[in-house]
Every structure is written in C-alpha cells, then in structure tokens.
Design a protein around this ligand. Sequence first.
Ligand SMILES: Cc1ncc(COP(=O)(O)O)c(C=O)c1O
Length: 434
Amino acid sequence: MSAALFLRPAICETAIATAAAVSANSTYSRRPASILCCRRRTLTTICCSMDGGDAKPTAYVSGFLSKKPYDPPSWASHLRPVPSNTFSLGHLPTPIHRWNLPNLPDGTDVWIKRDDLSGMQLSGNKVRKLEFLMADAVANGADCVITVGGIQSNHCRATAVAAKYLYLDCYLILRTSKVLVDKDPGLVGNLLVERLVGAHIDLVSKEEYAKIGSVTLAALLKEKLMKEGKNPYIIPVGGSNCLGTWGYIEAIREVEQQIQSSCGELQFDDIVVACGSGGTIAGLSLGSRLSSLKAKVHAFSVCDDSTYFYNFVQGLIDGLEAGLDSHDIVDIQNAKGLGYAMNTPEELKFVKDIAAATGVVLDPVYSGKAAYGMLKDMAANPTKWKGRKILFIHTGGLLGLYDKIEQMASLAGDWRRMEIDESIPREDGKGKMF
Ligand SMILES: Cc1ncc(COP(=O)(O)O)c(C=O)c1O
C-alpha cells in the first residue's frame, strides 16, 4: 500500500453558477467573473482571460490564487445554496499518510491527513473555508474583511494573509485578558504574521466579548469602517457559517478521490478531528454521510460543550437544507480540559511525545487535544476502536505552539556544546560561514 497519496481534486470549471447566499452576513455573488477582473492588481492578471463571457481561465501560469467557478460534488448538489466561486488559496490536496501512534488497540490503523500542510503562513483548516468566503467577499465588492477570534487565533492569521493575497485590507478583533487588553499584544505566534501583513488589530477583553458577542462587535466595527467610506465583509468566528462549511464538504471529495486513487486499498471507518467553532465538523460529517465515504466522524471539542456543537452543526445543516440530524452524522466528545487554549502538563507532554515518536507536531489548542482525547478514549474503550481504520485530520495551528514556549521548555530536547579535541587542526578562514 502506498504510504502517501497526493491527488489534485478535479475542480470543475463549468459556467458560473448563480447560487444565492448562505452566509448569515452576506449574500453569495451573482456577478460574472469578468466583473472582478479589473478591480485589483492580482485579479487583473489572473482573470482577464475570463472576460468576454468565457468562464474558463486560460492564461494563468498556476491555479494558485485564481478564481474558479464552483461545481459541487454530485452527492452534494442538492444542498442549497451552492457557492458560485472559489479562490484557490490552499496547497491541495494535502497528503494522507500512515501515523504510527503508540499504544493503539489491536488491529487499529491510524492515518493522518495533513491539512497542517495546506500552506505556510496561510495554512491549516481555515484555508479551505476561506477559499469560499474570500470569493464571496470579492464578489460582493468588499475592500476589506473583518473577523474575530482569540488572541492566538489561527483563523484570524489565515484570514489576514488571504486578504492580503487578494489585495483586501483586514481588520481583526482579538480577544484577550482584562489585564492585557490595553497593552501591545506583542509578536508571538500568529500575531507576528498578522502584524507583518499589516492587519489592523482591535483588542477586546474576554469580559467585553462575553457580554457583547462576536456578531455585535464585528457589526460595530463594520459600521465604523463604512462611515470612513469602506466596504467591509464580515467573516464569522472560525469562518464557520454555511458558506465556509463547503470547504470541508470539498475536503471529503478530496479524500474520496485519494481513496479511489489507492485502488481500493485505502478506506476509512472513522474520521477524527478537533472542533473549535464547528464548521469543520459540519462539512466533514455532511460530506462523509452524503459521499461514498460513510466514515463515522468523531469530533473532540476544545471549547464549549457537545450540546452547543450539536445545535450549532444542526444550524449549518439546516442552513444548507441537508435534511439531516447532527446527532446522526457526528459524535462529539469534550476534550476541553482546563479550558480553551489552556493546557495541562500531560497534554503538552503528549504533544512532545508524539512529535518525538512520529515527527508530526500537533498544535496544543486543537489537534493536540483531539489526538489526546482520541487516545484516551481508545484506552478507556478499546473495543470501540479495535480493528478500525481511522483518518485523523491535522488541522494545523503550529504557530500557536510559540505561545506555549515557557510551559514546554522543560520538555524540549536536550542540547550540548560539541566536544572538539584540541588536536584537530585549525586554520583561520577554513570554515566558510556563507
Ligand atoms: C488549528 C485549528 N484546528 C481546528 C480548529 C477547529 O475548527 P472549527 O473552528 O472549524 O471547529 C481551528 C479553529 O479555529 C484551528 O485553528
């Protein structure tokens, strides 16, 4: 069996669909591709061949950052509304390879889909959602995007980068503690990338966030920016709305094609993934149920509780007119531990041990907690997992590790001063230091 599978999913380039909006804060575009062409520098070069009614881009060198008419998988074509377009932002398909985790139940086989490798500064699961959300922002004539998240939000960082790729300005509302809200947030982890790409950052305290809510905070900022003559597009927390859900419906099409290219050798009984705002599990579970995959989706939530997420996913399912019950398509377990973005020493040691054993670096806030939760569940209920073929989705978030440096210092690998015998010949200028 091949250890790694790479296959570009067939992204159909048929005529532009004219679907209506899914997102709560926007309407899906009905504008033809040619209208976009001259709005921004990057799009001009990429899209000018789409003028004159020809929807097929013909003149770009690579598909990256290009806009494509969206054609859903046949098994998802009954969902409504269907997005009109996507922007190619991710390095897709992401590889799938075997993941030799220690202490698995008998016959359990774990594979990992590396959505952490969907890009560099624009990486992780958010890329897939942003392919749809950014296309909608551009189609709606936005000149900037607003989104909201925690101080180390991977989603906010990915949005900031994607916005700049498309020559949009980006405004981030970041939640932090009361004691830090009036201070410079610094440059650790995701903040460094956000600030390098010039995202505008507004800090709010957790207390303000809890009392006002992300929707109102974003609306307040939108109002302010509109008074300044801007045309902002709001992307909800985590990119988790119906439109963003298509990102992981598409990911299932990608997995389906990777399975097909394995000539039947590869198949999965279960999919395991972290859950933060709920959009990823909504797309995966819908896609898995509707496609040929039919793998059971297990979500490990890192905040809130399972009741909240069953309801949230139900909202997305209903918004897409899928006619399914969230309880039937996803199993949600709590892996929050001490709280969102907080880790026990055991969880951090787990991240370190898995990195040392397999080379895969999990992030401490999402995939680390999900994998920790999965292995704990396997130890507690081995018969549930025995003999199963599992696909774990690594959703990225590596930059979040930088926020844990102090806590991880004692776990990190050792170092030493190299011993060099005095007898080794030395000569000035012998070693070139580039
Ligand atoms: C690295 C990472 N993994 C997983 C998730 C969870 O995805 P979702 O918000 O779609 O539930 C997030 C969300 O912020 C994330 O940043």
